[in-house]
Design a protein around this ligand. Structure first.
Ligand SMILES: Cc1cc2nc3c(=O)[nH]c(=O)nc-3n(C[C@H](O)[C@H](O)[C@H](O)COP(=O)(O)O)c2cc1C
Length: 213
């Protein structure tokens, strides 16, 4: 097989498509759509990397709840460890690994909180017990006692009764706006394809480069 010969991929996309792609969001959308069909569960699951106050990187999984020109959105508690790190550094990295497709996508860029109205609208779509849980969880803080979380849930169930559960003030979404997006596609014999898009600023054009695997 010559270096440039496209290989067939189970998803139907060939490595040739990857090399020819010239716009990262369109390519992400195509890969995401394929992952949504091939992943056994949660193609939205992604690692979120932040930097702690001590300079140590920190990483955990979150779920992507939207993406587009404006960026990649996920939701969390702003008083959690990640919330503090996101607010302090206002920068982060994301990683998708779709095992069924032998692909990963890496993103890096500035992070900002989303608008209250957008967070309210999303919170309103969540199951009621999930909404209650967002009020009851002091995410990332030590539990004061073995049943503290269950007690807090019971408290908020009683407090909100049958009424609407509003969005907690310390729960919202963050948007990462990529300055760098890298697509990685496995190929036989570790001759993997890597395609990196970079831009100097959010309003400047993307530059594309192939990287050694
Ligand atoms: C697949 C998966 C998806 C998750 N999605 C979220 C999420 O969307 N938001 C969130 O706050 N935590 C999510 N979590 C929990 C986080 O990984 C983490 O444990 C929690 O947010 C506390 O992180 P922190 O202490 O760094 O703030 C998820 C965990 C897994 C395994």
């Amino acid at each position: 097989m010559s270096e440039s010969a496209p290989i067939e991929h189970p998803s139907g996309l060939t490595s040739g498509d990857l090399i020819e792609a010239d716009e990262p969001l369109r390519l992400f959308a195509a890969w995401f759509e394929q992952a949504a069909r091939s992943e056994p569960r949660d193609p939205t699951a992604m690692s979120l990397a932040t930097v702690g106050a001590d300079g140590l990187p920190n990483v955990r999984m979150v779920l992507m709840k939207g993406f587009g020109e404006a960026g990649f959105v996920f939701y969390t508690n702003v008083d959690s460890q990640k919330g503090h790190e996101l607010d302090r550094e206002q920068k982060a990295a994301l990683l998708f690994h779709w095992k069924s497709a032998n692909r990963q996508v890496r993103l890096r860029g500035p992070v900002e909180r989303i608008e209250d109205a957008e967070a309210d609208a999303y919170f309103a779509t969540r199951p009621r017990l999930t909404q209650i849980g967002a009020w009851a969880s002091k995410q990332s803080a030590p539990l004061e006692s073995p049943h503290a979380f269950e007690k807090a849930i019971a408290y908020y169930v009683a407090k909100f009764g049958l009424g609407t559960v509003p969005r907690p003030p310390n729960w919202t979404g963050y948007r990462l706006r990529p300055l760098q997006i890298e697509f990685w596609q496995e190929r036989p014999f570790r001759l993997h394809d890597r395609l990196e898009f970079r831009r100097e600023a959010l309003d400047t054009p993307w530059h594309k480069a192939r990287l050694y695997p």
